[in-house]
Design a protein around this ligand. Structure first.
Ligand SMILES: [Zn+2]
Length: 504
């Protein structure tokens, strides 16, 4: 039996998952190439037996054990992202509607799947000719069904009359059914659920099945995933069962990369992802988000890790950024989560401008972090932005100083900081720098002691040099000043607070 690559994230991950399962069986030989998988069944009867056992073991990945809050009795719960329908629980055990996952019917269903007789039907997913379906095409085996009009049984028109192609379009061969329904048990995928809202399921995507397999194998061997948890499966570290509580899609991805770079060899790493957004509620319209993470960004994560200066980019940086609400006089959790998610997102998307935007003070509050986290943020900015500008490190000090000046001027009124952030062309940029220069003498002596007034001239000189080589290079200088101004603004506020004298 030969199964070709589908070039579909669900089915390709499904083939790889199937391969991993077959690889441990004695009754068959499975071989994976870049574009296909070949299976040679040596002993048919034993094969069904072994496979039944393997599928039953994998079924565990669909379920978690939870303690009832009131009765404290343990019961099984189906994971929220799994789109297989459930029947009424029996004795606290999950009963799934698919026969293949009914313990008493698994063997029989698997026998049907591997009855490979040819017939007159054509499979919509792989094109194979087959005799009988185990099941028609449904979301449980292929979650994108409702997204594709031609696959959801809509009518097509021919010669002016209406013709239903339903019988044809939901044709699914038993092998594709098996691969698809089994994919929910894949232990190498990352998931994150926000109860009552939605789940994210992260599927790595490669052009080559062998690379996909190598990568997923690494994820499993590195021990970074704990599939017995309900809402998240990224472990805090491989030695514990505790899992991360990430605030959103991109922070989960960044967190995954952190763990992967820390615990797996880096022979192969994934940059392409298909992320399934699976909503709560009865109608499961699955959305799919294709993400491509630039090699350069993965390089930044690796470099920071290898240098030892910022080993855990999510845990020691993004997760430790908070939003302090002056109105509530405490941390605002919702805005904090939004900022952590956005910082992760714009870093992964290599969008420094939007990244800096999220560090700006907002109405009613500001981003704050400890001085240790400030150092981590500076390391990130240095490796991510500064190094590739090809300017000496000393010159960065002038930019920091100007950031500090802007922070001091903005202490009671952040309008200059916002103005700087909104600068759209070089003339506006010079104009804001002149305004900063005019406001300098207004600062009191105590503040002046902490800043370096010549820095402004140095930054003007530096910007001139940069725009000679690249006329848009001033934008990077602007963004860097905004970042440092936001950092100093936050530190100044924090300093005031720890002295016990918050001014407002
Ligand atoms: Zn098929």
């Amino acid at each position: 039996m030969k199964i070709g690559k589908f070039n579909d994230p669900w089915m390709d991950n499904g083939v790889e998952n199937f391969y991993r399962l077959l690889d441990g069986l004695e009754s068959c030989e499975a071989e994976l190439t870049g574009s296909s998988m070949r299976v040679k069944i040596k002993d048919g009867e034993k094969f069904i037996k072994e496979l039944t056992r393997a599928v039953s073991d994998k079924r565990e990945n669909l379920i978690v054990i939870e303690e009832d809050r009131k009765t404290r009795v343990k019961k099984e719960v189906k994971k929220d992202h799994v789109l297989i329908q459930e029947e009424k629980k029996v004795g606290g055990k999950v009963a799934l509607k698919e026969e293949i996952y009914k313990p008493e019917k698994t063997a029989e269903t698997i026998s049907k799947v591997f009855d490979l007789s040819e017939g007159k039907n054509t499979c919509i997913l792989c094109g194979r000719k087959y005799d009988k379906s185990v099941k028609k095409l449904q979301q449980a085996a292929y979650p994108f069904v409702t997204k594709i009009a031609s696959l959801s049984g809509v009518r097509s028109y021919k010669d002016g009359g209406s013709l239903s192609f339903k019988e044809y379009y939901d044709n699914l061969c038993p092998i594709c059914y098996f691969i698809g329904i089994l994919e929910w048990t894949d232990e190498a995928l990352v998931y994150r659920t926000f109860p009552g809202e939605k789940s994210y399921l992260f599927m790595p995507y490669f052009g080559n099945l062998k690379d996909l397999h190598e990568f997923k194998k690494l994820c499993i061997y590195a021990g970074i995933l704990n599939n017995s948890e309900r809402y998240s499966n990224i472990k805090v570290n491989p030695n514990t069962q505790d899992v991360e509580n990430t605030p959103g899609e991109y922070s989960t991805l960044l967190c995954f990369y952190e763990k992967f770079v820390e615990n797996a060899t880096d022979e192969i790493i994934v940059s392409n992802w298909a992320v399934l957004h699976i909503p709560f509620g009865a109608v499961k319209n699955v959305k799919i988000d294709f993400l491509n993470i630039d090699e350069g960004i993965l390089g930044v994560i690796r470099k920071l890790k290898e240098s030892g200066r910022l080993e855990r980019i999510y845990s020691d940086l993004m997760r430790k950024m908070y939003f302090f609400s002056q109105n509530k006089n405490t941390i605002d959790r919702d805005i904090t989560w939004e900022i952590q998610e956005n910082l992760s997102k714009y870093f992964l998307l290599d969008d420094f401008r939007s990244f800096t935007n999220n560090l700006l003070p907002r109405k009613g509050g500001y981003v704050f972090f400890s001085s240790g986290v400030r150092q981590n943020l500076e390391e990130l900015i240095f490796v991510w932005r500064w190094e590739k500008m090809g300017v000496e490190k000393e010159k960065l000090d002038s930019i920091k100083s100007v950031g500090n000046i802007v922070a001091k001027i903005s202490e009671n009124n952040a309008s200059l900081l916002y103005k700087l952030d909104k600068v759209r062309n070089i003339d506006e940029f010079w104009s804001v720098l002149r305004e900063i220069s005019r406001k300098l003498p207004g600062l009191n002596e105590e503040k002046l002691r902490k800043i370096k007034p010549t820095a402004l001239d140095e930054v003007i000189q530096l910007t001139k040099e940069i725009i000679e080589k690249n006329k848009d290079g001033w934008r990077e200088v602007r963004d860097l000043i905004v970042v440092y101004a936001s950092i100093y603004y936050s530190l100044d506020k924090l300093g005031k607070k720890s002295e016990g004298g918050e001014e407002e």
